[in-house]
Design a protein around this ligand. Structure first.
Ligand SMILES: NC(=O)c1ccc[n+]([C@@H]2O[C@H](COP(=O)([O-])OP(=O)(O)OC[C@H]3O[C@@H](n4cnc5c(N)ncnc54)[C@H](OP(=O)(O)O)[C@@H]3O)[C@@H](O)[C@H]2O)c1
Length: 257
C-alpha cells in the first residue's frame, strides 16, 4: 500500500505511541509530538499526509481547533478519541482536508491484533478513508464502520455503563465502612477480579474514565435505565423471597442470551 508520512499529536504516549509504532513498523514515516517535544504539532501537520490527534479527551477540542485550520486539501485529519461525535464534528468544522474518526476498542498494549476492533467513522473524503481501512485490516485488526452517533450510543453501554458499574461497586464497598483489609481476607476469585478493575478505574487514569462517561451524549438515558434497574432489584428483594428476583433474572436472560 501507499507509503505515507504521518504526524501524531500526542504520539509520545498511550494510543498515539501505539499507532506510531504500528505505522513505523509498516514502513511509513512517522513524526510524534507531545507538549515537550522539539517538533510542535503545527510543524508535524505541515509535513504530514496524515495528521492524527491522540491527546487526552479534555485537550482534544483545543488541539483540533488549533491544528485543523493548518491542514490543506489532500491531507487527512483523524483522531483516536474514545468518543466520536464531538471530535468528528469539530474536525469537519475546523479543517478543509479529508476527515476520519477512529477509535481502537482496546488499550495501548497489543500483543496480537487478532480479535481486536478499530471503529472508523467517515468524515470527509473516500480515498484516505479507504487507505486507513486497508491499513488496519492489513495489520490484522477488524475494522467496523459506523457513524459517530452510532459509535457513541454503543460506547454508552460498552464503556460508560461498564465503568459506572465499576465506580458504583468501588464507592459502595468504600461506603460500607468495612475495612478493605478485612474484605480482602474473604475475597473470592471473582470478587478479586472485580476489585482489580475498581483499582484500575480509580487509580490508573481516573480522568480518562470520567471524560469517557461524562462526555457521552447518550449518558442520561443509560443512567436513568440504571437507576430504574436498581429500584426494580430493590423492590424484588424487599418481599424477603428470592422468587421475584429469580423471575427478573430469567426474563432478562431470555432478552440477552
Ligand atoms: N488509553 C486507552 O486505553 C485508549 C483507548 C482508545 C482510545 N483512547 C483515546 O486516545 C486518546 C489519548 O489517550 P491516551 O490514553 O493515549 O492518553 P495518554 O497516554 O495520556 O497520552 C496522551 C498523549 O498526548 C500528549 N498530550 C497531552 N496533552 C497534550 C496537549 N495539550 N497537546 C499536545 N499533546 C498533549 C501526551 O504527551 P505529553 O504529556 O508529553 O504532552 C501524550 O503523548 C484519547 O482521546 C483517548 O480517549 C485511549
Amino acid at each position: 500500500m501507499k507509503k505515507i508520512t504521518a504526524g501524531i499529536i500526542g504520539g509520545t504516549n498511550g494510543m498515539g505511541r501505539w499507532l506510531a509504532g504500528l505505522m513505523a513498523a509498516c514502513g511509513h514515516t512517522v513524526y510524534v509530538t507531545g507538549r515537550k517535544t522539539e517538533m510542535t504539532g503545527a510543524q508535524a501537520a505541515a509535513i504530514s499526509d496524515v495528521v492524527v490527534v491522540s491527546v487526552p479527551i479534555a485537550a482534544t477540542a483545543g488541539v483540533i481547533r488549533e491544528i485543523g485550520p493548518l491542514l490543506k486539501k489532500g491531507q487527512l485529519l483523524m483522531d483516536l478519541t474514545s468518543l466520536k461525535k464531538e471530535p468528528v464534528e469539530l474536525m469537519l468544522a475546523h479543517c478543509a482536508a479529508d476527515v476520519a474518526g477512529c477509535h481502537p476498542l482496546f488499550g495501548p498494549v497489543v500483543s496480537d491484533p487478532a480479535g481486536h476492533t478499530v471503529v472508523l467513522c467517515r468524515g470527509r473524503g473516500d480515498d484516505w478513508f479507504d487507505w486507513l481501512k486497508l491499513f488496519f485490516e492489513t495489520a490484522g485488526y477488524d475494522v467496523l464502520e459506523r457513524t459517530p452517533d452510532e459509535h457513541d450510543k454503543m460506547m454508552s453501554v460498552v464503556q460508560a455503563l461498564n465503568h459506572l458499574n465499576t465506580i458504583a461497586l468501588g464507592m459502595t464497598v468504600a461506603e460500607s465502612g468495612i475495612p478493605p483489609r478485612e474484605i480482602g481476607l474473604f475475597a473470592t476469585p471473582a470478587f478479586r477480579a472485580r476489585m482489580a478493575m475498581v483499582k484500575k478505574v480509580f487509580t490508573e487514569s481516573p480522568e480518562l474514565y470520567a471524560d469517557i462517561i461524562v462526555g457521552n451524549p447518550h449518558l442520561e438515558i443509560i443512567l436513568q435505565t440504571y437507576e430504574k434497574v436498581l429500584r426494580d432489584i430493590h423492590g424484588a428483594t424487599r418481599a424477603g423471597s428470592a422468587d421475584a428476583l429469580k423471575d427478573i433474572l430469567e426474563k432478562t436472560a431470555k432478552k440477552l442470551f
